[in-house]
Structure formats: structure tokens, C-alpha cells
Design a protein around this ligand. Structure first.
Ligand SMILES: O=C(O)CCC(=O)C(=O)O
Ligand SMILES: [Fe+2]
Length: 331
């Protein structure tokens, strides 16, 4: 399928191809019943009836009966305003690549083919140095113990392009249980809907063949006594028809794991992009690539994931900006 000049393919569309390349009819029509929606509160970790994402700010004065929604960790103010500004300045010094649905991206990681289940390190040489402080800070979060970044992807959502991301589950053959996102520049929302499709989609069935890293409460499992697979241990308990809206406030960190990672699709709706938003998504390897049958190939790629390069050298950026990078890394 050939991409249109904006970068979109097939049913993935943005405002540009909908208005200029006649792609409006290809657009995936999502029918979300707002009456069935709950808003996740990062303060009490429960979801409360409603659609408006700002309603979590009423905490502790919520109304009605909450829904227990598992597999979400939100760390507010993970970075300061100054760190946000310096990181964005650095990110914007690197060329962006057009992606689908009005997004742009900067992707660092091995080359993966999810359909053929093929992975090669390709020209992966690690990550830009200015982003090391973010990865280092993961060590302060208990549930990220042992999280080794294999892929780091900056994504930009521009409201003038009608940017969004369609409902999906991140691949389960190569990407591990914890999906980490750090949010920049504007508040947004991750909208969750239950996945009812085949286990072959997103390679979900791969998660039947390895053990979980986190228990249902998000605690690291030190000894896997019960041997239930990653997919099985977090089987949903909630009604299939509900929608859960997860806030992604500017400068916060979000971890999806367990039930929300494996049994729900996530998307970012166009209507939830009110101003330029950038996020960085981080992915780790699945157990077979860490300590199982593919560990040798895994080891080689993990070694590359420990490397950091100077983007000012690579892109010949004015050197005085190097100082900003050193401030961030505490040098
Ligand atoms: O923009 C986001 O926060 C979600 C991105 C995402 O789901 C992905 O890159 O797989
Ligand atoms: Fe995703």
C-alpha cells in the first residue's frame, strides 16, 4: 500500500489527506459512546464515570461508583518545566520523519518486522545523549526495575494536521510488558477500549508463552511461582463495553502494563490534541529476548541500547547547546 504525500496509508488519515487527497472516506470511523466512559484518576487510581478528562481534577470529590481499572501507573511531574524545555529544544534539533495520521516521529531502535517476526539491529547505535537523563530517572521508579530501553520513539502530534493514533496494542512478540511514555508540551488523553479480536493480531498469542514481570498491583514478581503467562494472569474483570480515558498530563510519565497493556486497545483521539504535543515512548524486550531462547540476539541489541551519541555532532548543531545537555545529565 503506497503512502500518500503526507505519510498516511490506507485507513490512516490526517487533515491534509482528508482535505487535499480525497482520503476522508477512508478514515476509520470510531464509534465511541460517551455514556459508557470513565475517567481514570491518577490520585486514587480508580476510574469515575465521565468523558471530560479534566474531571479527575475534582479528586477527592468524585461522584458515583468507581471502576477498578488495572495496569496503569501515572507519575505526575516526572520532569520539571526547565527539563521539558531543554529536552524539547534538543529534540527539535533533530530532523523529524513524517509518520501516519498526522504524526511525526524520531525512532531509535532495531529494525523489526512484526509480521515475519524478524529483528535485526540494522543501523541502531543507541539514543541521543540528551535523553539519557530520562532513562536514568526510570531507576527511581520501582516498577521499572530491570527496564532496559530497546526502542525509544519521539512522537509529535500537531493539531493543525488533525494528528491522532488509531486503536492498537503494541506488538507482543518483541515488546515487553511495560510500555512507558513521557509527555511533553500539552495535556492529552489515552482512550482505552476492550480488544475483542483474534489473538493472532498484534502477536498477542506470543504473550501466552512467557511469564509476567509485574503482578496485578504493579509490583515486580521476584519468583514466578504460579507460572501463569503474561496474557493469562491479567485477564479482565470489567465490562467489555466500557471506555476508559487515561489522562496524560504534560511532564508526566505513564506506564501501561498487564490488563491495560494486553487486553485493551489504546488510541489518541484527534479531539484530544488541542495544542502541539510531543511524547517519547519506550519499549523493552520480551523475556525470550532477555533470558530465553533469543537471548543471544537480544544481548547484541541490548549492548547497542546502552550507547548514547551526540546529536550536535551528528547534525552539526551549534556547540553552545551542548551545555544544556550537560546541565541535564548533571555534569
Ligand atoms: O501518543 C501516545 O501517547 C501513544 C503512542 C502509542 O501508542 C505508540 O506509539 O504505540
Ligand atoms: Fe501504542
Amino acid at each position: 500500500m503506497k503512502p500518500r504525500p503526507c505519510g498516511c496509508k490506507g485507513c490512516r488519515t490526517c487533515l491534509i489527506c482528508e482535505t487535499q487527497y480525497g482520503a476522508a472516506d477512508l478514515k476509520l470511523q470510531l464509534e465511541l459512546d460517551k455514556e459508557k466512559s470513565y475517567v481514570y484518576c491518577p490520585y486514587c487510581n480508580k476510574a469515575w464515570k465521565g468523558w471530560d478528562i479534566n474531571s479527575y481534577k475534582e479528586h477527592p470529590n468524585h461522584h458515583g461508583e468507581p471502576l477498578s481499572y488495572r495496569g496503569v501507573y501515572i507519575h505526575l511531574d516526572f520532569i520539571s518545566e526547565l527539563e521539558e524545555q531543554i529536552l524539547i529544544d534538543n529534540i527539535d534539533e533533530i530532523p523529524w520523519d513524517n509518520s501516519q495520521s498526522g504524526r511525526r516521529k524520531q525512532n531509535y531502535g532495531p529494525k523489526v518486522n512484526f509480521k515475519k517476526k524478524k529483528i535485526v539491529s540494522g543501523n541502531f547505535e543507541g539514543f541521543p545523549k540528551f535523553s539519557k537523563m530520562l532513562q536514568d530517572r526510570f531507576a527511581t521508579i520501582e516498577m521499572l526495575d530491570g527496564f532496559e530501553v530497546i526502542e525509544q520513539c519521539s512522537l509529535e502530534y500537531d493539531p493543525t494536521k488533525g494528528a491522532s493514533i488509531d486503536p492498537h496494542i503494541d506488538d507482543c512478540w518483541v515488546w515487553g510488558e511495560r510500555i512507558v511514555t513521557v509527555n511533553f508540551l500539552s495535556d492529552s488523553v489515552l482512550t482505552m477500549t476492550r480488544f475483542k479480536g483474534a489473538k493472532t493480531k498484534y502477536n498477542l498469542c506470543s504473550a501466552e508463552n512467557y511469564l509476567p514481570v509485574l503482578d496485578l498491583e504493579g509490583k515486580i514478581i521476584r519468583n514466578n511461582k504460579n507460572q501463569r503467562s503474561s496474557l493469562d494472569i491479567c485477564k479482565p474483570v470489567t465490562d467489555v463495553d466500557v471506555i476508559v480515558r487515561i489522562p496524560m498530563p504534560r511532564r508526566s510519565l505513564l506506564v501501561l502494563y498487564g490488563e491495560s497493556r494486553y487486553h485493551w486497545e489504546h488510541c489518541v483521539l484527534r479531539q484530544d490534541i488541542s495544542a502541539r504535543r510531543v511524547c517519547i515512548a519506550y519499549r523493552e524486550f520480551t523475556p525470550p529476548y532477555m533470558n530465553g531462547e533469543h537471548q543471544e540476539l537480544g544481548k547484541e541489541i541490548r549492548r547497542k541500547g546502552k550507547m548514547f551519541w551526540d546529536h550536535t555532532e551528528k547534525y552539526q548543531i551549534n556547540v553552545n547547546l551542548n551545555e544544556k545537555c550537560d546541565i541535564l545529565n548533571g555534569i
